[in-house]
Design a protein around this ligand. Sequence first.
Ligand code: EPZ
Length: 431
Amino acid sequence: MVLQKGCGILHKLVINGGKKISGEIKLQGAKNSALPILAATVLVEGQTVIKNCPELTDIYVASRILTHLGCKVTRQEKETVVVSNNGITCGFISEKLMREMRSSIIFLGAVLGRCGECSLYFPGGCQLGPRPVDIHLSALRKMGIMISEEHGRINCTAPNGIKGAKIMLEFPSVGATENIILAAVKAEGETEIKNAAREPEIKDLVSYLVKCGAKIEFSSESTIRIKGVDRLDGCEHSVIPDRIAAATYLAAAAITDGAVCISGTSQLDASSFTGYFEHMGCSVYICNDKICLKGKNRILPVKSLKTMPYPGFATDMQAIIMSVLCKADGTSVFEENIFESRYKHVDALNMMGADIKVYGKIAVVQGVKKLYGANVEATDLRGGAAMTVAALAAEGTTEITCINHIDRGYEKIDTVLASLGADIKRKPEFQ
Ligand code: EPZ
């Protein structure tokens, strides 16, 4: 079966709140792992079988980029994507494809590593404030790559080949770390990345590449060493579970005083986020491959939540945890340190009866007893998920439009939540 796009027409979510979210679900694979792994298949000879690959619109876009570059991509069964790479036919990615998501930029390192040159455009993706790629480009320049920028187009060539280099990142950017790894795996010599991002999704990318024959090691928590090899061969790899989706479904149970068990989580470092739910007074159990949460009638506030690079509090969880704390018995304070504009969901939550005040990077959430249904617009992926979580606990009906943002990162969120008892329907936007 050839990959199909998730939705052709615009949809909205219609949620009648007030139902407890309870039951068991299997967790989807991580979007932020699957995307760089798909990009990495550009470097590999032959066939890669990616298991636990979520069915998301961003995955569909990555598949279109791969097809455009000359690979064959098929989804063989629900969770398995196969990429056949018998040679890349072009090193150019159009502006249209690049604008469809932020992760398109990860193809830069991969195409460079394969072809020694690449031409593409600045990427699109969630509008979370400025999202420059200066750290990516300055690292690539250190590796002997010549880069020119004109009218939003980035042209890269490595006239003398890509050379290993010692790179110290000014910030542990996830995307820059991935791009450097991808450019370095087949480069001449050794590359060292200091202050590298340490997210589990980076480790998953490394684990895939090592299976393909790459020589990569973590010489400390935040230093990665890569020895260039001549050739990488396709392999089978299973994508790690999605920690942000896990937190979202736990949040749905927490805010509705429900109880969920999420299976398929054995490879998940749950300790990085379950503590927040425990602070709220929820009971969390981790057993074999399951994480289970039981909610609490009145959630407790969390005094201070500061987003930080991994293993700190993830910026991708900020909006989702905030939606739960809207109903806490007291005041919670957030500090967003990763992105400049990641409070876009606040207006929608306030329209639903929340009491949130934003002062620059600080958001003060005064818990309220009740949230109310409203017509809101998903502003970005996690903001849209936060509105969905809040709507589950709101009195009355919430309609969330622009859910194309949500579909970029959640596999059939409506079906999953309905299976847990939510009254949620996906309808055409103009119905
Ligand atoms: C990744 O984005 C994730 N996306 C994001 O997930 C996540 O929010 C983010 O990491 C932080 O954890 C994917 O993995 C596909 P960064 P990325 O480079 O790579 C600044 C989601 O909801 N920066 O670590 O774009 C940048 O502006 C999303 O799934 C520079 O200044 O994040 C930002 O403030 C959205 N210059 C900060 O660093 C650069 O060259 C973090 O960016 C690169 C980044």
